[in-house]
Design a binder for this molecule. Structure first.
Ligand code: UGA
Length: 435
């Protein structure tokens, strides 16, 4: 099939490469010249395991190209809109400017029979609004909404082999045709038995935000339990193991720690709340504000623990392990690690942080923090060490070897990822969260 992908950020670049890998002919379009130049040279503009290989093979096959020239979409019949919907500067709602601009440009160039497929995470009601625009400006074009559930770090795998496919389509013949075309796009996954849910626009949009809201709630639930564990001497990790054995609950996404960050969960729950308020149903998801608060409180808790450990923050040397919002990513958007490093620095601590991939992105946002290229360098002379992103190279550090580099053997494990017994045996004062 001939596919265009509008927006080559995280979602779009991965989607374009994965679609070409599946055998489709794909053009990725973005306004950012640097991004297009990088992708055209088969260089991923961000760290994502597996993406460079797929970009290289798809580009070499001639099935994948990237351009800033919007007219390239004229060579495609299926158009994925994968632009960002960040939190708006004025409040919690999603900023829809990029989506609206993409549709504006696209509708000038589509031809009868084309299918436009929305992938961006949008407030429920957006697809219906855009469908009216499509009906006005390009009446023989159909709009479908096909949310994306990929996780950073596993983005290529999640795109090629998703655990479900959701198509929001209009009723009638046009909708059936759009669903058939999407089955063709995802032929391999469909043939492998991936569940396909064909539904209306509103349900498709809601599936996406509901899934992220559920995941965020699960994480904040266990972090709320961590707060109670801290007040009672209970161990939240054992608690999670024990309740996780109940198949109805499940152990995944029950890791207590500094909580969730990234470009999706935090802004998606805020946008969902904002949209529910617009719909007059703010009460229904008011708990998401609490989910957000619990999450943010964990960051403050780490800052307090450092203060307690060092007897103050001014002039205290803190070695921070991790900057990305999670391992296997260079993404520092709403990263708990970067937030904590900046708060410590703002309160006068001398912070040296490191991360295997995220230093450059972090440096741009947090110039007050000093950066080191190895964990050894980051903790050298530290009064307190804080582990915030559980990269395997940090989790595997030898407490005895690291202990020789610091001034005081004091560690705060912001992800409950270390073995407390091993660190205590090496003479460290160990603090997890909720244990
Ligand atoms: C999330 C969803 O998991 C994807 O399904 C979704 O497609 C994506 O958002 C999106 O909307 O684009 P992602 O942001 O890549 O994916 O990251 P997650 O793996 O969900 O982790 C989010 C945050 O939660 C990380 O900061 C992670 O450290 C934290 N987390 C995760 C916990 O604190 N505890 C856990 O048990 C699990």
């Amino acid at each position: 099939m001939r596919i265009s992908v509008i927006g080559c950020g995280y979602l779009g670049a991965v989607h374009a490469a994965a679609m070409a890998d599946l055998g489709h002919t794909v053009v990725g379009v973005d306004v950012d010249e640097a991004k297009v130049a990088s992708l055209s040279a088969a260089r991923a503009p961000f760290f994502e395991p597996g993406l460079p290989e797929v970009l290289a093979s798809a580009t070499a096959s001639g099935r994948l190209r990237f351009t800033t020239d919007f007219s390239a979409v004229e060579d495609a019949d299926v158009h994925f809109v994968a632009v960002g919907t960040p939190q708006s500067a004025e409040g919690d709602a999603a900023d829809m400017r990029f989506v609206d601009a993409a549709f504006g440009s696209l509708l000038e160039r589509v031809k009868p029979g084309d299918v436009i497929v929305g992938k961006s995470t949008v407030p429920v009601g957006t697809a219906a609004r855009l469908a009216r625009l499509v009906a006005e400006r390009a009446p023989e074009v159909t709009l479908a909404w096909n949310p994306e559930f990929l996780r950073e770090g596993f983005a290529v795998k999640d795109t090629v082999s998703p655990d479900r496919l959701v198509y929001g389509v209009p009723g009638g013949e046009a909708g059936e045709r759009a669903a058939r075309i999407l089955d063709g796009v995802y032929e391999r996954a469909v043939a492998a038995g991936t569940p396909v849910i064909v539904t209306d626009y509103a349900t498709a949009e809601l599936v996406k935000v509901a899934a992220n809201a559920f995941l965020a709630t699960k994480i904040s639930f266990i972090n709320a339990m961590a707060e109670i564990a801290e007040a009672t001497g209970a161990d939240v990790t054992q608690l999670a193991d024990a309740i996780g054995h109940d198949a109805r609950i499940g152990r995944r996404f029950l890791n207590a720690g500094v909580g969730f960050g990234g470009g999706c969960l935090p802004k998606d729950i805020r946008a969902f709340s904002a949209r529910a308020r617009e719909l007059g149903r703010g009460d229904a998801v008011r708990f998401l504000d609490e989910v957000d608060q619990i999450n943010l409180r964990r960051r403050a808790r780490v800052v307090e623990l450092v203060r307690e450990q060092a007897g103050g923050l001014a002039g205290v040397r803190v070695g921070v392990l991790g900057l990305a919002f999670k391992p296997h990513s260079d993404d520092v958007r709403d990263s708990p690690a970067l937030d904590i490093a900046m708060r410590l620095a703002d309160e006068g601590a001398i912070v040296t942080a490191t991360d295997p991939q995220a230093i450059e992105n972090a440096r741009r946002r947090a110039p007050k923090v000093a950066y080191a290229t190895s964990p050894e360098e980051a903790v050298a002379g530290a009064d307190v060490v804080v582990l915030i992103t559980e990269w395997p190279e940090f989790v595997g550090l030898d407490p005895e070897v690291i202990g020789r580099l610091v001034t005081r053997r004091s560690i705060i494990d912001g992800r409950n990822a270390l073995d407390p017994a091993a660190w205590r045996a090496a003479g460290w004062e160990y603090h997890g969260l909720g244990r």
